[in-house]
Design a protein around this ligand. Structure first.
Ligand SMILES: [Zn+2]
Length: 185
């Protein structure tokens, strides 16, 4: 469904030490308690059935997607947080994500390129996207803005998506938009 093209080891390495240890406990595999992250990844890859690992990764990825999509739906409403280049269209989207944090500003350029294949190429400058290969909350918030402005619709989006996130968008973004239109008539 999402990001299954990544090698299993990369998907496992994105998980936290705590969730890897919990998995070992749940699978009754002893010996994980004192391992550092890098050793733990190797240990898990050797000790746990890869089908079980895949299911676990997918579960964690779905949680990441749903939790961040909920935040992204809120952020996408603010033009201060998500600034869309007005020249953006179905083939290319450029946006800047800006958010105030306690220790300064988070500013990331986000880009979707949809020229050549059925698969949209998406990128963000943040660590989650660059290093962990996640479809990060910044990209999600740009996606939500594009959907709410009608740059593309959910049926034609070929990038990462889950049924849960699609439900959230349908319930909170697209329905709200229709309501808003009716009010302005
Ligand atoms: Zn990002």
């Amino acid at each position: 469904m999402i990001q299954e093209h990544l090698p299993l080891e990369s998907r496992v390495s994105r998980l936290t030490v705590q969730s890897l240890r919990n998995l070992c406990d749940a699978q009754n595999v002893p010996g994980a308690a004192n391992l550092l992250k890098r050793q733990l990844i190797g240990f898990v890859m050797k000790s746990i059935d890869h089908k079980v690992l895949e299911d676990f990764c997918r579960q964690q990825e779905d949680i990441y997607f749903a939790e961040n999509m909920a935040k992204a739906i809120k952020w996408a409403q603010s033009r201060k947080i998500v600034a869309l280049d007005p020249k953006s269209d179905y083939t290319i989207v450029n946006a800047v994500f800006t958010m105030r944090r306690s220790d300064g500003w988070e500013v990331y350029n986000v880009r979707f390129v949809n020229h050549t294949t059925d698969d949209v190429a998406t990128s963000c400058e943040c660590v989650d996207s660059r290093e962990k290969k996640y479809f990060c909350p910044h990209q999600m918030s740009v996606l939500v803005r594009c959907l709410s402005e009608g740059l593309f619709d959910l049926d034609h989006w070929t990038g990462p998506m889950t049924p849960e996130a699609e439900e959230l968008i349908l319930a909170n973004v697209l329905r709200r938009k229709k309501k808003g239109r009716r009010l302005h008539r």
